[in-house]
Write a protein that binds this ligand. Structure first.
Ligand SMILES: [Zn+2]
Length: 309
């Protein structure tokens, strides 16, 4: 478990590098193997799978209109996620970082799970009655899988709706709107909005007895390590799954880049559902192009061989 010691950012660059420059032998393999887009063939494997692991990324939430604040046009005021989602930014300006997260929490009140989230949740509920398991491993922090009804979820980047105390480290669910009185009406995303400059004592505070420490969002920020307990659990799932889906994230981008090749190397079928195809896609058994809200529901619908309870 050496991987546990790496930061998320290091993982991205290391995994990215190893796929960006494949050795010549791999290139030959890539040229001669193509993933299948045969849905009937996928469905035969799906019908027999006992333990399905589904890795989801930003693409799954994009169809619900959830912004990532990254890439072209992805700004909150003058900043992108990588400028604000860091321990350094929070230490320098906790008021601004809390405004950013308050905005994101409030925004989620107007968003809903889409057809991909619902297909995954329905599949888990149906298969669990047949003694079969569906597990979601997501990098998304918006809780849309949970709201769709999924039960077995590993949120490897944490949640917008959890806080962690910077003093006693207590983690708590928090769905308050606004999260504290001082943030009411704050967090507007327009570039010329002035910082609210909220005094630190008026930002969200810990309610554990006698603590009153400053709370922070319980999310994994750039430069921080992933929770090693969650990573170990995810690794266990990956070691026993007999079918793996990559949904709404490219297989060359973390976290799919970290997890999916490990599954494919065991000879387990991996199916990618995404709008873009990459060289790494060819390592996998299946690739279904297009928005996952369109491609996933027919893939995970009840198979004719399934017994209805
Ligand atoms: Zn505390």
């Amino acid at each position: 478990m050496i991987l546990l010691q790496f930061t998320a950012r290091k993982l991205v660059s290391q995994v990215g590098n190893c796929f960006k420059r494949p050795p010549k032998l791999q290139m030959t393999q890539i040229e001669t193997s193509r993933p299948s887009s045969d849905l009937a063939e996928f469905r035969e494997i799906f019908a027999k799978a006992k333990h399905v692991t589904i890795l989801t990324g930003a693409g799954a939430s994009a169809e619900s209109g959830v912004p990532t604040f990254r890439g072209k046009g992805g700004f909150w005021r003058k900043w992108q996620a990588q400028d604000l989602a860091t321990p350094e930014a929070f230490a320098r300006n906790p008021s601004r970082v809390w405004e950013f997260y308050h905005y994101r929490r409030e925004l989620m009140l107007s968003k809903s799970p889409n057809a991909a989230h619902i297909a995954i949740a329905e599949c888990e509920a149906r298969l669990s009655k047949q003694g079969r398991k569906v597990v979601v491993v997501t990098q998304n922090i918006d809780e849309l899988h949970k709201r769709a009804g999924s039960k077995a979820i590993y949120e490897i980047h944490g949640s917008l709706f959890k806080t962690r105390c910077t003093n006693c480290k207590h983690v708590a669910e928090n769905y308050r709107s606004p999260i504290c009185p001082a943030l009411a009406g704050k967090g507007a995303p327009d570039p010329d909005t002035e910082d609210a400059k909220i005094p630190v004592e008026d930002l969200p505070r810990c309610e554990e007895f006698g603590c009153n420490g400053l709370l922070r969002p319980h999310v994994v920020w750039f430069g921080e390590t992933l929770d090693s307990d969650i990573l170990m659990e995810v690794n266990k799932e990956l070691e026993i799954c007999d079918l793996c889906l990559i949904v709404g994230t490219s297989s060359i981008v973390y976290p799919a880049a970290l997890f999916a090749p490990q599954v494919a190397a065991r000879g387990v079928p991996v199916a990618e559902f995404n709008t873009v195809v990459t060289d790494a896609t060819t390592k996998f058994r299946f690739y279904f192009p297009g928005p996952c809200g369109t491609t996933l529901p027919p893939a995970l619908a009840r198979h004719e061989s399934e017994v209805i309870f």
